[in-house]
Design a protein around this ligand. Structure first.
Ligand code: ARG
Length: 700
């Protein structure tokens, strides 16, 4: 027996499952047997006493979980960080543990009330005492880690717990002598798993399967080469023996009902102390401010969810609620993340929803030079569709050419700073690019309750639209189209071949004829099918009037391609009187420019189809410049392409029979996008009817 090793335990005189604060306790209220619990506890006590000295703290009636002394606090040398229990059901244990620690001569540190931390249940030293693994996510708050690091003068590695069955770090993670680690990887998020892999070499990681993990195999007491734990599988025991350990099983079923086992029932009082330790925490904190209709628009929930889902934690420091319907709210929130990397990820998403980091108000954006044409520095800030400003030399500069998925390039000459969104391939040596997330803000117009309600037809969450809803949207779109046309605005249409198959060609042609469309974007296929229909009456060989395949019809579209190729271009075919109707015909006749972007599956292609994709992207981008509205008609490919180039503020209407396409395009988090899940031919015919009604209101 080693004199220098001591443990603290608490006899189960008042132990019971009295409440539910973890999933193990569910269905187990008053289901544990006191006698069996006492017997099991005594056996454990015995086992530990064979290897160390056991101190006892007096149990207190009314605090049944006090047996789990691992949660009393975290000890290193003569210093204790006392637990701040997350649940009020256990907060009453705190003073009793505090008394015991003080009586033993420990210096006791107490965290502020709003920073829960559950002691050695959530914080485990590596057995060499070099650093501390600390869990967060359920019981302990990430923000407690920096304080612990400081008080104990040690490096803290924060691990995020993801599975509520493993709510304390010691339920799924157990550092062992010799640098080994016994753990259950699925209990952690991917960032934490990477951190573990970086610190513990593969040959030292003993991975526990779920079947053993749920028997609390990781909740083990390790003293030297001995491991005391609840009953586990033969396989795991063999693994432990293989690593030079001696597993000793002791049944702890009665304590499992409260969500604890061997390790929970003990607190190691003497931890190995090494002299050359130093405080180090990766935890980063930032403070953000959000303004707008935070509650009404659900922005505050979005922000907080985003922080938690991203692996961070938050503390709302101020929330000034807008009291009137029209007044906005303001929130100041402190965000913490386990590392810089995680923080950058969270911050960029918060910036997208309009949060401004308070640090950003006083710090310039970080710039890094382009070192190779067409390649950005690793941490480049990825742009969004929202109007963005970056802080350079103390001034906020509005970013030009706003689009998503670009980098923000800065060029500075005396007295003149420009910021521009650029796609990667356009970045040039000598330019500077914004990296990280400091000094960046996006401007989100606060949408009022009325505006949102007016957008009632953006019913994405409802998924599939009812007939009436389609009608409502058609009415709105018709009204917008009229307004834009009358004001000399610009409407861009992206259309896929489905428009033709579903009988929409005549309607789209009418829209073009009547001046509702200013530019048409598509691929080779829409043009080919449209021309096939107007020259041969079929679309992909199917008779458009009777809906049946025409014998030999599959050759029609190749014949059509061939004809246009003979004339050199669609325009020439129209001018020569070869092509006399349809969508492409109307474009030529009414000088509506069109861009056809090619793809690998194109037949032909038509001479007009741009097969150089980079050129096609550039021509698309140019074509949609200044558009007020974009109608996306059943073409996932071209619509997504266009969506990526379009800044917020442009109305987008996406029509597709496939809800997934509509969701993808409409869900840009902006008010302007509207999705319609319906047959595009039907949509166009309703739209044309509606426009006719607006033009001839008295016609019946
Ligand atoms: N019922 C106790 C709780 O939920 C069990 C504590 C287990 N302790 C531990 N270190 N894992 O808090």
């Amino acid at each position: 027996m080693t004199d220098s090793i001591r443990f603290l335990m608490c006899s189960p005189d008042h132990y019971d499952v009295d409440y539910v604060i973890n999933p193990w306790m569910e269905g187990n209220i008053h289901k544990s047997s006191r006698d069996r619990a006492v017997e099991q506890w005594q056996q454990l006590h015995h086992q530990i006493k064979d290897h160390a000295i056991v101190d006892l703290v007096t149990p207190v009636k009314g605090w049944p979980d006090m047996v789990f002394t691992a949660n009393a606090g975290l000890i290193l040398d003569k210093i204790v960080v006392l637990s701040r229990f997350y649940h009020k059901e256990r907060q009453g244990e705190e003073p009793y543990f505090k008394d015991w620690f003080e009586a033993q001569g420990f210096t006791v540190h107490q965290l502020p009330r709003e920073l829960p931390f559950e002691g050695a249940g959530d914080a485990l030293f590596d057995r060499e005492g070099r650093y501390l693994w600390a869990g967060y996510g359920f019981r302990s708050e990430l923000d407690s880690h920096p304080l612990i690091a400081e008080w104990l003068n040690i490096e803290v590695l924060s691990l995020r717990l993801m599975d509520e069955r493993f709510y304390h770090l010691d339920t799924c993670f157990c550092p062992l002598e010799g640098g080994y680690l016994l753990y259950y990887p699925p209990a952690f998020d991917s960032y934490s798993n990477r951190l573990i892999q970086m610190r513990v070499p593969e040959e030292k990681r003993i991975v526990v399967e779920e079947a053993d993990a749920v028997k609390f195999a990781c909740n083990a007491v390790n003293i030297g080469q001995t491991i005391i734990l609840n009953q586990v599988s033969e396989g795991l025991k063999a693994q432990l023996s293989g690593a030079g350990f001696q597993p000793i099983e002791t049944p702890l079923t009665e304590f499992l009902k409260a969500g604890g086992a061997a390790k929970c029932l003990t607190l190691r009082v003497t931890e190995p102390v090494i002299e050359d330790r130093h405080t180090l925490v990766q935890v980063e904190s930032r403070t953000i401010r959000m303004e707008g209709h935070l509650l009404d628009a659900g922005l505050i929930n979005r922000a907080l969810d985003l922080v938690i889902e991203g692996g961070g934690s938050f503390q709302v420091q101020r929330f000034d609620l807008g009291e009137q319907r029209q007044s906005t709210s303001c929130a100041v929130i402190r965000i913490s993340a386990p590392s810089r990397e995680v923080m950058a990820e969270i911050m960029s998403q918060l910036i997208d929803i309009g949060a401004v980091s308070l640090e950003a108000e006083t710090e310039d954006a970080c710039l890094e030079p382009i070192e190779m044409d067409g390649v950005a520095p690793d941490d480049f800030y990825v742009s969004t569709i929202y109007p963005t400003e970056v802080r350079v030399q103390g001034q906020w500069i509005q970013v030009q050419d706003q689009r998503m998925d670009g980098a923000i390039a800065i060029t500075q000459s005396v007295g003149d700073i420009t910021a521009r969104c650029k796609i990667l391939r356009d970045l040039k040596l000598g330019e500077q690019v914004v990296v990280n997330t400091i000094g960046i803000r996006t401007i989100r117009k606060p949408e009022s309750r009325e505006q949102r309600n007016a957008q009632e037809f953006s019913f994405m969450s409802a998924g599939v639209s009812s007939e009436r809803r389609v009608e409502l949207i058609v009415e709105q779109v018709a009204w917008e189209l009229r307004k834009i046309r009358d004001q000399g605005g610009k409407v861009a249409v992206t259309a896929g071949p489905v428009v033709i198959h579903t009988g929409g060609a005549e309607h789209l042609a009418q829209l073009i004829r009547e001046g509702y469309v200013q530019v048409l974007l598509g691929g080779n296929a829409i043009a080919v099918h449209d021309i096939e229909q107007s020259m041969m009456g079929t679309s992909l060989g199917v008779d458009m009037k009777q809906g049946i395949a025409v014998k030999g019809g599959h050759r029609h579209h190749l014949k059509v391609i061939n004809t246009i190729r003979r004339w050199g271009s669609i325009t020439e075919a129209v001018n020569q009187g070869v092509l006399t109707g349809g969508v492409m015909y109307e474009c030529v006749k009414h000088q509506v420019p069109f861009v056809l972007a090619g793809s690998i599956r194109d037949d032909g292609p038509l001479p007009d189809t741009e097969m150089d994709l980079i050129k096609a992207q550039e021509r698309y981008a140019e074509a949609i410049q200044g558009a007020d509205m974009i109608l996306m008609l059943s073409t996932m490919l071209h619509s997504i392409g266009v969506g990526n180039m379009t800044p917020a503020g442009v109305k987008m209407v996406c029509v597709d029979i496939n809800p997934a396409v509509v969701t993808k395009l409409s869900d840009r988090g902006s008010v302007e996008s509207v999705g319609v899940v319906t047959d595009v031919g039907l949509f166009l015919s309703l739209l044309v009817q509606q426009l006719d009604k607006l033009t001839h209101p008295y016609k019946i």
